[in-house]
Design a protein around this ligand. Structure first.
Ligand code: RIB
Length: 313
């Protein structure tokens, strides 16, 4: 089995729950304030670790109480925290989240995440069976350095380009598997995609990012499931009908699950089906990192999902 290395952000999520989201300029009364470990990098590492992969997280925290709390939490999930560093010059990353009707808005203040350097990600040793995962809550130059190194080691790279940012072809050429949602796909392809669009529109947009059938592209479509372009062909995995209470971190749970499955030697098709089930469990719980299911929970749900759910449209 390979190891999953995640270079990414670690945040304390400060969540205000309310009956509905305020409009611009409006104040609404909330219900409660909750604190959850989060950050796209941390969530993805928690997912990979809980779903069975030996996992290392490379990141930066501030020298403050959020930082200490988050490090303790991550270590308790079985993650190797030996490559987490403390920055004296910045606070721990913080996300201000409003949650209403299971949907969120998020403002991220990067703090120490913005100080993760190419040198930081050059330290851990990577091997050919390993999976290198990253996102855009750390500097893009650091992501590029991490993937160059991963490629040189023969490892597989997974990029989750979130929050959506335009980036150069040179970086995309370092990516083996690109996992993004429909909003991010719309930004990267400069098309106005919406979640109710025909699958064919997503296929066309995803294809426009490929060169010679690469990278594998996987578009998460919320309750509609997942669309992937593997071997140049579209593959649709139906969403599972569940009652969502909080979708925060579901995409990260998906990314970590794909990484863990690939590290275990599974095919991309199997990995995507498994990750789809993992994310469907995640949305039924509050919080980002704490809502990731265990491998046993996912396996039980996979058995209960009787009909085959992957089809070539
Ligand atoms: O993807 C969800 C995450 O985005 C949250 O945990 C928050 O920290 C932001 O980074």
């Amino acid at each position: 089995m390979g190891r999953v290395f995640v270079a990414g952000s670690i945040n304390m999520d400060v969540v205000a729950t309310a009956e509905r989201h305020p409009k611009i300029g409006e104040t609404v009364a909330g219900r409660e304030v909750l604190y959850f470990p989060g950050g796209k990098g941390a969530n993805q590492a928690v997912s990979a670790a809980k779903l069975g992969a030996p996992t290392t997280l490379i990141g930066r925290l501030g020298r403050d109480s959020f930082g200490q709390e988050l490090k303790t939490f991550l270590a308790a999930q079985g993650i190797d925290v030996g490559f987490l560093q403390e920055s004296a010059d910045a606070h721990t990353g913080t996300a201000i989240i409003t949650l209403a009707n299971s949907d969120n808005t998020i403002v991220v203040i990067p703090g120490a995440n913005g100080l993760l350097t190419p040198t930081d990600v050059s330290m851990p040793p990577l091997a050919p069976a390993d999976i290198a995962v990253s996102q855009f809550e750390i500097p893009v130059t650091t992501v590029a350095a991490f993937f160059k190194r991963a490629r040189a080691s023969g490892a597989t790279t997974i990029l989750n380009p979130a929050p959506a940012t335009l980036f150069c072809r040179e970086l995309l050429d370092l990516v083996d598997v690109l996992i993004l949602n429909e909003i991010e796909l719309g930004v990267l392809t400069k098309t106005g995609l919406s979640d109710s669009d025909d699958i064919a529109r997503f296929v066309d947009a995803a294809r426009s990012l490929q060169a010679g059938g690469k990278p594998i592209i996987c578009v998460t479509l919320g309750k509609r499931g997942v669309l992937a372009l593997t071997d140049g062909q579209p593959l649709v995995i139906e969403g599972r009908a569940v009652r969502a209470v909080d979708t925060t971190g579901a995409g990260d749970c998906f990314v970590g699950a794909v990484a863990a499955q690939l590290a275990a030697g599974k095919s991309i098709g199997d990995a995507l089906g498994y990750a789809n089930v993992a994310a469907s469990i995640c949305v039924q719980r509050m919080g980002a990192a704490p809502s990731v299911p265990t491998a046993t929970e996912v396996e039980t749900a996979v058995v209960l999902t009787k009909k085959p759910n992957a089809v070539r449209p």
